[in-house]
Design a protein around this ligand. Structure first.
Ligand SMILES: Cc1cc2nc3c(=O)[nH]c(=O)nc-3n(C[C@H](O)[C@H](O)[C@H](O)COP(=O)(O)OP(=O)(O)OC[C@H]3O[C@@H](n4cnc5c(N)ncnc54)[C@H](O)[C@@H]3O)c2cc1C
Length: 324
């Protein structure tokens, strides 16, 4: 691992973001004998959670241990890892120049951005501090751990769907609807049919005791006892580098509601800017760890294929000029 980029020669591929998507790409590229630099700020999206699930053979591993192991695998195949933050990119004659926060610049022929997303949470006192512990969003990631417990769903555009997903895990579900779009009569009937209570009153604060949520206090002062809260965050792509290279985020829409933003790409991660790829949550907000990792491998392989074609064209040009 190095933080000294001053004398780094240009590489085949620069990967910005060393979560599971970026590190999986770095392994695929390294194993194809491509030189790779991974620039990583070291804060994967799931870092607040103690355990990661639904990644076969690694069930329950801590997210930071997953990326530590991923870094070790990437290093084994020659990748260089720079701990730092990339600020912006420019196109050069042979590829890209990426400026880092420490003032250094990394040069490479192709660029893969795997910077993930930011979960923007509802502004409720006490909520953000519990994110990833007992403030949850994904039933597949944390649902089993709170099965049969008292779960509160904080309204969002997804509230009807979320409530039914969590009802699969426990009979004790309460919807707090004040932040949600108005529930239709059909939604209300579906919730009532499954024994899900709906509370319209505003939540004043999240109550915590002994490092665990114990409930919420409503604006009237009434307290509701709960073991965990579920939110529907806004998924905001970490896309500054891509924007600096001319790409724009697009809105992720469900019905009339904007759930977040992402960068559009083709199935192997190629964006509309030649030479720039994306993978993982920056382009697919719903990707879980295993899906983001798979997307990284696909993008790494596509970049290798693109470089092979450039190498073939260069060899053909040399062969042609030598024959004259
Ligand atoms: C609380 C929580 C728990 C979750 N639990 C699970 C689970 O149990 N199972 C599961 O499958 N999924 C889970 N997920 C989803 C999982 O977090 C994502 O699928 C996964 O992190 C996506 O990987 P990624 O590589 O795209 O992005 P990330 O893991 O977010 O990695 C992005 C990396 O890029 C770095 N970065 C960002 N910007 C820059 C920059 N400008 N310069 C340099 N580096 C930068 C970040 O620091 C980070 O290291 C959970 C999500 C949350 C929020």
């Amino acid at each position: 691992m190095t933080s000294d980029t001053a004398h780094l020669p240009p590489v085949d591929a620069i990967v910005i973001g060393g979560g599971v998507a970026g590190l999986s790409a770095a392994v695929a590229l390294g194993r194809s004998r491509r030189s790779v630099v991974v620039v990583d700020a070291g804060a994967p999206r799931n870092a607040p959670a103690a355990h990661s699930h639904n990644y076969l053979t690694r069930d329950g591993e801590s997210p930071l241990e997953l990326t530590r192991l991923g870094r070790a695998e990437a290093l084994r195949y020659g990748a260089q890892i720079i701990e730092g933050t990339a600020l912006s990119g420019t196109r050069t004659e042979s590829g890209f120049a990426i400026s880092l926060a420490d003032g250094s610049v990394v040069h490479g022929r192709r660029l893969l951005v795997t910077t993930g997303l930011t979960d923007v949470l509802p502004d409720i006192p006490g909520l953000a501090e519990r994110w990833g512990r007992d403030v949850l969003h994904c039933p597949y990631c944390h649902g089993w751990e709170v099965r049969d417990r008292a779960i509160g769903i904080i309204g969002s555009a997804m509230v009807g769907h979320q409530a039914q997903m969590w009802r699969q895990l426990t009979e004790n579900v309460t919807v707090f609807a004040h932040l949600a779009p108005e529930l239709t009569t059909e939604d209300q009937g579906r919730l009532a049919a499954r024994g899900i209570e709906v509370v319209d009153e505003e939540i004043a604060r999240v109550d915590v005791d002994d490092d665990a949520i114990v409930g919420v206090t409503l604006s009237s002062g009434r307290q509701v006892r709960l073991d965990a809260l579920v939110v529907g965050p806004n998924f905001t792509a970490r896309a500054d580098i891509l924007v600096s290279l001319g790409l724009d985020t697009v809105e992720m829409v469900m019905g009339d509601h904007v759930l977040g933003t992402y960068i559009e790409a083709d199935p192997v991660g190629a964006t509309s800017v030649p030479g720039v790829w994306v993978a993982g949550n920056v382009s697919a907000p719903m990707d879980t760890v295993v899906a983001a990792s798979a997307a990284g491998v696909r993008a790494g392989a596509a970049i290798n294929g693109d470089l092979i074609e450039e190498d073939v064209q260069a060899a053909l040009a040399r062969a042609t000029s030598a024959s004259y």
